[in-house]
Design a protein around this ligand. Structure first.
Ligand code: AGP
Length: 597
């Protein structure tokens, strides 16, 4: 959940570390810190957002050409200066930044206390520099001390480690937490995520679980941390530009990414066919198929479940990753398609591991090359949506849905069903999203002004309208902090209707298709209890007459509706957030990649 970066080279480290931290800040943001070495350690850290900390501490003003830095999201210990990273050992020999969780830290802490180490924070991390320095004090070198220490850690960790005993290198270790190494000219970088180092290098080495890397000015050496055996690795070239990872004129990443959806979908549809056929065959071989994902990716999976059934007569089950272990029957005849934008979501990774341990085959769909999920999967597919910086997923939802609709069409084709017409329609998706984006914003802005102070917003849909409203409600919750609840429209009368009273806003998503007429009855049902209905439907739809507010969309074929109908809800969430004076790019308590269970 935290972000780590590191630099060793010929330049002053602190300004580069600060810049990289800012690029990672979307990950976590309750505290931050930097440690550099110039003869001895220089450490600056504090609670708060990086910009605020920088104002008071002037983070770029630190000597040294080597350093590590961290932006934290609290797991063990409240956000505070003493809990902020980097953490040093009791004897000032080692500094560590850590992303992950050390499960056996209490046991290690007790052992170290007996060895005269003392602890100043409430974190699990502080045992790591102390354990390393324990071995250094026993006479071992820096690298062997790190290897010895790491072997004793249980849990997940991506670590950046520097030591005054060998002040020309950064040691980096990875187990179940993301980490990349950037190779520059006479300088080497480390980061939890690629955008952090994009301005400095496009050559990246992805570290696997169980590996340790030694970073120096001249390059990087990778070894297995258990055995010390060298692993030869070639850097991969990253095609993302710095501009792709920046805001390019939009006030927020969230808005930029909403408007990038046509391009993201275009890129996905262009690149998908390469792996699509293999994935279709892979799934067709299985007796049972689970689509496993969390949050927005789960909503894309629900769309896929619907499309696979309707278009390809191919039943699947969409399962929330954290429910997989308890609720699914898994054996050698099972195939899992894990869907994850980041490729790092701990719940999804765990589900994959469980599926594999029962003999199931696993394929994945992700946006991040070299992410953990890709390494656990038998077959890997990418959406190629480009970096998504905003915590709320928008363009990657559109890209996932497009890929999965194309998959449904491919499976239909392989089963001898006619899907040609649908494929043609799907190719028009970027154009459809573009026209929705250009048409709906003025209306959505006025709705945002009117409904920004609502205490509750309910959202209803049927069929494909249901995953659409689930995703709409998630966007509203994540950034507006207004309680938003989505439900299948037919389910209202089984309880939630009791909460609808005079003036309660109810968003009704009414795509074309068989459910349309029944949605009109549900709209009347909530109106009868005093609700203010905001309907989202096709331009000429009669539904307009039944609603107080109407968001008019171009005509969109039913199976493509998630791509068009989600847009007004993404924009509504964004504009309500801005109206309320909140920052859509930095929702409270949330992280972009949820790398803890
Ligand atoms: C989406 O807006 C959320 N930030 C969140 O629900 C997200 O979709 C979920 O954590 C899954 O992430 P993943 O796709 O990277 O696995």
């Amino acid at each position: 959940m935290c972000g780590i970066v590191g630099y060793v080279g010929k330049k002053k480290a602190a300004p580069i570390l600060l810049d990289s931290l800012k690029r990672l800040e979307y990950r976590e943001y309750d505290s931050a810190g930097i440690a550099t070495i110039d003869g001895h350690f220089h450490v600056k850290k504090e609670k708060g957002k990086i910009a605020e900390i920088d104002k008071t501490l002037d983070l770029a003003d630190m000597p040294g050409e080597i350093g590590i830095a961290h932006t934290r999201w609290a797991t063990h210990g409240v956000p505070s200066k003493k809990n902020a990273h980097p953490h040093l050992d009791s004897f000032g020999k080692v500094a560590v930044v850590h992303n992950g969780i050390i499960e056996n830290y209490v046991e290690l802490r007790n052992f170290l206390k007996k060895q005269k180490h003392f602890f100043t924070s409430d974190t699990d991390t502080e045992v790591i520099p102390n354990l390393i320095s324990y071995f250094i004090r026993k006479g071992k070198g820096f690298e062997s001390s790190v290897r010895e220490a790491v072997k004793k850690l249980r849990g997940s960790f991506a670590l950046g480690i520097v030591s005054v005993v060998e002040p020309d290198k950064i040691l980096v270790v990875r187990k179940d937490s993301p980490l990349v190494i950037g190779v520059g000219n006479g300088e080497t970088f480390l980061a939890s995520d690629i955008p952090a180092i994009l301005p400095y290098t496009k050559k990246v080495v992805v570290l696997e679980d169980g590996e340790l890397a030694i970073l120096a000015k001249g390059g990087v050496v990778v070894k297995k941390f258990e055995t010390g055996k060298i692993v030869r690795k070639r850097p991969v070239a990253i095609t993302w530009t710095v501009e792709m990872a920046e805001k390019t004129g939009y006030p927020h990443f969230t808005l930029k990414e909403i408007f990038q959806q046509p391009d993201a979908v275009q890129d996905t549809l262009r690149a998908a066919p390469e792996e699509l056929k293999n994935l279709a065959k892979f799934l067709l071989k299985a007796k049972r198929v689970y689509l496993v994902a969390c949050g927005t990716s789960n909503h894309a999976a629900l769309v896929a479940k619907y499309a696979l059934a309707k278009l390809a007569d191919f039943p699947t089950e969409a399962v929330i990753s954290s429910e997989f272990q308890e609720s699914c029957r898994v054996d050698r005849d099972t195939a899992v398609l894990a869907i994850s934008q980041s490729g790092e979501t701990a719940d999804t990774l765990k589900a994959i591991k469980i599926a594999k341990s029962h003999g199931a085959k696993v394929a994945c769909l992700t946006n991040v090359v070299g992410s953990s999920i890709t390494r656990e999967s038998d077959l890997v597919c990418y959406i190629f949506a480009g970096p998504e910086i905003s915590v709320v997923a928008t363009k990657t939802f559109a890209a996932q849905v497009s890929f999965l609709l194309l998959l449904a069409s491919k499976i239909a084709e392989l089963k001898g069903l006619n899907s040609k017409e649908f494929e043609k329609d799907l190719n028009a998706a970027p154009k459809i999203i573009r026209s929705v984006l250009s048409e709906v914003e003025p209306k959505v802005k006025s709705l945002a002004k009117k409904y920004k102070n609502s205490r509750h917003i309910y959202l209803i849909g049927r069929g494909l309208g249901y995953p659409i409203v689930l995703e709409g409600a998630l966007k509203l919750k994540e950034i507006t902090y207004v309680h938003s609840e989505a439900l299948p429209a037919g389910e209202l009368k089984h309880g939630t209707l009791a909460l609808i009273e005079k003036g309660t806003p109810v968003i009704a998503v009414v795509p074309l298709g068989e459910s349309r007429a029944r949605m009109v009855s549900n709209i009347e049902e909530v109106k009868a209890r005093g609700a203010t209905v905001i309907a989202i439907a096709s331009k000429d739809d009669e539904v307009k007459k039944h609603a107080e507010e109407f968001v008019s969309l171009p005509k969109i074929e039913e199976l493509l509706s998630p791509l068009g109908y989600i847009v007004p809800m993404q924009l509504l969430a964004y504009h309500i957030t801005v109206e309320r004076g909140q920052d859509p790019d930095r929702p409270r308590s949330l992280a972009k990649s949820v790398t803890v269970e």
